[in-house]
Design a binder for this molecule. Structure first.
Ligand code: NDP
Length: 433
């Protein structure tokens, strides 16, 4: 029974998980008696608050802020903050649900959460972003803490926004603790945190290619959706390992560059807004479209959706398959619709689900939390090496579970089931709370 008809993304994420555990040999009576599924699905706490702030014309603006503390079963709540005009309860509940399973799968001691606001940072001045972030923290600080809930970045929240949020938290609480991750290394941020999700995604793909096809990513044609944090660093790592990154996108459309995307150009111009037209002028042989979905019409070997939920639908999935794409791995959270995912799996496409493939960011966040507690800092290479071994382990967790259910290619089920077992064990050991 669907009690949440107005929360389609949340329902989509929950149904995808429930499909994965269908047919498992479970003690249903015990499961029902202990209300395990309800307790896994319904967030422990949903916080919503008003954020009032002054724009540059001294006009008072009002947005809604949220924090969904989904599960503290295996550690403090942990998950990013998103600033985007599409943010609502449904989006954040699905993200917090996914985060709980992702964090369980990493094997690290972290619960799951997500938060943010419908504040649209596009076109806002630096001062407006600072004032909004400070006012957002004026309420959020009551609900977070280094051992309670440790937010990080997500869409629209990068190092700059984390800095403003952290500065305000410190001012209110008068303490310097690792209450947010994704900080600048100058005041406690971990090296590699900026790169971690994108790098981690490519490390995960590397394991998929080695395990299933005994090959590597070099000379493969790769398309990547988005051009933000995750997309960019997935691009850099794929290129470093010898792949040809031939197309990327933003919310306005995509660019195609058969000579290989100039990632440094995107890194420099993306924060200033839409770069497509200028890119094409500056790069001979490249072209652009005004529909981000057209990215998936480009012939490629590997597709890495790294932008936003539900961007890759059935039509795009069919085109990818027809064009010979053989691997899709999700850098974003739930970028593939249910129909598209089912189609790709049916067609035997290797599929890396986001809750496994994009767990690099949260994994390095935990390293940042422990560095802050111990007041020390690791080198870039140390963290990068740890990240690669964590991603290898996450892949193995999902893969071993997929083998156990006799569906070795199904990392979606493998990841969901492995995380589910860990969460169940923690829940049943902690009594009815
Ligand atoms: P950013 O804000 O840095 O970048 C988002 C990018 O996506 C921008 O380039 C944006 O373009 C683009 N975009 C937005 N909507 C669309 C669309 N409909 N089609 C194509 N591109 C679009 O966010 P992140 O890179 O941090 O996050 C991207 C995804 O990765 C999200 O799903 C997030 O939840 C997930 N993720 C992020 C982690 C992290 O560490 N940052 C960790 C794990 C997952 P434009 O500039 O035009 O808006």
């Amino acid at each position: 029974k669907n009690n949440y008809p107005n929360e389609p993304e949340y329902v989509q994420a929950v149904l995808s998980f429930l499909e994965s555990i269908e047919g498992l040999n479970l003690d249903l009576e015990q499961l029902e008696k202990m209300a395990v599924l309800e307790r896994l699905i319904i967030p422990e706490r949903v916080i919503s608050f008003r954020v009032s702030w002054l724009d540059d014309q001294n006009q008072v603006r009002v947005n809604t802020g949220y924090r969904i503390q989904h599960s503290s079963l295996i550690g403090p709540y942990k998950g990013g903050l998103r600033y985007h005009k599409t943010v609502n309860l449904s989006t954040l509940k699905f993200l917090a649900f996914e985060q709980t399973f992702k964090n369980a799968l990493t094997g690290l001691l972290l619960g799951g959460a997500k938060g943010g606001s419908d504040f649209d940072p596009k076109g806002k001045s630096d001062a407006e972003i600072m004032r909004f972030s400070q006012n957002f923290m004026l309420e959020l600080y009551r609900h977070i803490g280094e051992n309670t809930d440790v937010p990080a970045g997500d869409i629209g929240v990068g190092r700059r926004e984390i800095g403003y949020l952290y500065g305000m938290y410190k001012k209110i609480r008068n303490e310097s603790v690792g209450v947010l991750t994704g900080k600048h290394p100058a005041y406690g941020g971990s090296l590699v945190r900026t790169e971690a999700t994108g790098y981690g995604l490519v490390y995960f793909v590397k394991e998929m290619l080695k395990t299933y096809l005994d090959t590597d990513i070099s000379h493969k044609d790769v398309i990547i959706s988005g051009s933000g944090n995750v997309a960019l660093y997935a691009g850099y790592k794929a290129k470093e390992l010898g792949a040809n990154v031939i197309a990327m996108s933003n919310s306005k459309g995509h660019i195609y560059d058969p000579n290989g995307i100039d990632l440094d150009y995107i890194k420099e111009h993306q924060p200033k807004g839409d770069f497509r037209e200028a890119y094409v002028k500056a790069h001979e042989g490249s072209s652009y479209s005004s529909d981000p979905k057209e990215l998936y019409h480009i012939k490629c070997d590997i597709a890495l959706p790294c932008a936003i939920q539900n961007e890759l639908d059935l039509n795009e999935a069919k085109i990818l398959v027809d064009n010979g794409c053989f691997l899709v791995a999700e850098g974003a959270n739930m970028p593939t619709t249910s129909k598209a995912k089912a189609y790709l799996l049916k067609k035997g496409i290797l599929f890396g689900p986001g809750k496994a493939a994009n767990a690099g960011g949260v994994s390095v966040s935990l390293l940042e939390m422990s560095q802050n507690k111990q007041h020390y800092m690791q080198t870039f290479d140390d963290v990068d090496e740890k990240l690669e071994s964590i991603m290898k382990n996450i892949f193995n967790q999902a893969y071993e579970q997929a083998i156990l259910i006799n569906e070795p290619n199904n990392l979606v089920k493998g990841a969901n089931i492995r995380a589910f077992y860990r969460l169940c064990e923690a829940m049943l050991s902690q009594g009815v709370i």
